[in-house]
Design a protein around this ligand. Structure first.
Ligand code: FAD
Ligand code: NAI
Length: 466
């Protein structure tokens, strides 16, 4: 078989690259080894985690918020198997949808494990047995990432789990210890806390979500604490011992000091993810990776080897599905002889807890470190009429504008549903908007997005509603 493009990996990077390549008339094949398209995101990442976050939010709201709204429920109970089933249904529907999109765009889907076997050749160990070699003008590596292991702690995906196991626990743990106060730990920690677990998060650093703007991160932690999540910041897990009745987790201060032991039923290890390129034949193909395993590119997704491109989690940049998707589109367009580009300054980042965190652009800490003069405008959700009406007053919006260019360079939000509001900000930033451009744009009333408008007014000192 001879192709214009062979993509190794069927996640959001790979499958969007395939769709765009198909649209542009490139003869394209996509190779995926897990038996389903959609990658980490659809199978064990974004989609199942959001399905559980959504359902568990309803469950908690039914118990704790509905009565104050005048909605009384008697006999409320959790049907965990059904909650897990509706999650699987969402995954199944979407992965089948991606298969349909491959057929629609005339992309060949090859089920198996791909290896670069030389210039323009990809050998596939087929899922059904045997192997097949694909000849191709171009190769895109889109092999994604896997959880970073914690040395000395063996994941069994039942009692000591990665995010994958934490998406399918058969019962609600009495005590859940989460290692790592990053996105996975706080999202999945929230799911199981809402369903009844006592959740303690052990984090190496002195703050949660270390890359988030410090003011937002501190407010976020206060919100999670109020909900009952416990934190052991500045601590690391030294070991986990399995006993017949549970787990004994030894933690010690990151800066040194006496160790303590915590009891748990389940431990979730969520200390980051690492690129996955095992068995891909990088060495024999001469494709270089950095010491952490990421395959760098030249800014146009080309690796150091002619005709070999890389996108998504296995290359540099944030490990996000929409970043992988945009890189896939750009790479396909470049391979088709068109223009392709990703603006890494405007990639939204959302943590789908309640309240949500949604950010784009630079934090105050980054601007200070870079010596960039900026003005900040802030607005508390407490003063937003819709937030008050909905009894969702936790959080704030913060807008940062660079003084020299008068452009919005960072927006940081905490609040219910802010993940849906960040899109507006990204469009504005892509068009080089000033805070005033957003402030003078008519926003519907009453909406939470008016909080963005008020915060942008604040940049020039004329916030009106607080
Ligand atoms: P992947 O999705 O990892 O896909 C790579 C695919 O390549 C895999 O299916 C793998 O089986 C396959 N593969 C690897 N090697 C080979 C080979 N040699 N041959 C054939 N196939 C191969 N991101 C967000 O933006 N929003 C979220 O809400 C979000 N939630 C997440 C929740 C969790 C629990 C996790 C773990 C991740 C989440 N992410 C989220 C991150 C997101 O899943 C990744 O950034 C995204 O999936 C990366 O896409 P990718 O295409 O680069 O790689
Ligand atoms: P993360 O990088 O977000 O957080 C890991 C946390 O673990 C950090 O706070 C880090 O300081 C801490 N840590 C590292 N080693 C530790 C140790 N030994 N002991 C205690 N703490 C330790 O990584 P996470 O949560 O595993 O997620 C991986 C990636 O998946 C994210 O970076 C993100 O790109 C992606 N993701 C995105 C989501 C979204 O967009 N909503 C949801 C889930 C994952």
């Amino acid at each position: 078989m001879s192709y214009d493009l062979v993509i190794i990996g069927g996640g959001p990077g790979g499958y969007n690259c395939a769709i765009r390549a198909g649209q542009l008339g490139l003869k394209t094949a996509i190779i995926e080894s897990r038996g389903k398209l959609g990658g980490t995101c659809l199978n064990v990442g974004c989609i199942p985690s959001k399905a559980l976050l959504h359902a568990s939010e309803y469950y908690e709201a039914a118990a704790k918020t509905f009565p104050s709204m005048g909605v009384k429920i008697t006999g409320l109970s959790l049907d965990l198997p059904q909650m897990l089933k509706q999650k699987e249904d969402a995954v199944d529907g979407l992965t089948k949808g991606v298969e349909f999109l491959m057929r629609k765009n005339k992309v060949d889907y090859v089920k198996g494990f791909g290896r670069i076997a030389g210039k323009g050749r990809v050998e596939v160990k087929l899922a059904d047995g045997g192997s097949q070699t694909l000849e191709t003008k171009n190769i895109v590596i889109a092999t994604g990432s896997v959880p970073t292991p914690l040395p000395g702690v063996d994941i069994d995906e039942e009692r000591i789990v990665s995010s994958t196991g934490a998406l399918s626990l058969k019962q609600v743990p009495g005590k859940l210890i989460v290692v790592g106060a990053g996105v996975i730990g706080l999202e999945l920690g929230s799911v199981w806390r809402r369903l009844g677990a006592e959740v303690t998060v052990v984090e190496f650093l002195d703050k949660i979500t270390p890359t988030v703007d410090a003011e937002i991160s501190a407010a976020f932690q206060r919100a999670l604490k109020k909900q009952g999540m416990k934190f052991e910041l500045g601590h690391k897990v030294a070991g986990v011992e399995k006993t017949s009745s549970g787990l004994l987790v030894t933690i010690e201060p990151a800066k040194g000091g006496p160790a303590r032991t915590l009891e748990a039923d389940v431990v979730l290890v969520a200390i980051g993810r690492k690129p996955f390129t095992e068995g891909l034949g990088l060495d024999s193909a001469g494709v270089k990776a950095d010491p952490r395993g990421f395959i760098p590119h030249d800014g146009h997704f080309k690796t150091n080897v002619e005709g070999v491109y890389v996108i998504g989690d296995c290359t540099t940049g944030p490990m996000l599905a929409h970043k992988a998707e945009d890189e896939g589109i750009a790479a396909a367009q470049i391979i088709a002889g068109q223009w392709g580009h990703v603006n890494y300054d405007v990639i939204p980042n959302v943590i789908y807890t309640d309240p949500e965190v949604a950010t784009a652009g630079k934090t105050e800490e980054e601007l200070k470190a870079a010596g960039v003069e900026y003005k900040a405008g802030k607005f508390p959700m407490m003063a937003n009429s819709r937030a008050r009406t909905n009894h969702q007053t936790e959080g704030m919006v913060k807008v940062l504008e660079e003084v020299a260019t008068k452009k919005v360079v960072g927006v940081h939000m905490l609040g219910s549903g802010v993940g849906e509001m960040i899109g507006e900000v990204c469009v504005a930033m892509e068009f080089g908007a000033s805070a005033e451009d957003i402030a003078r744009t008519c926003h519907a009333h009453p909406t939470m997005s008016e909080a963005i408008k008020e915060a942008t007014k604040g940049v020039d000192g004329w916030t009106m509603q607080a």
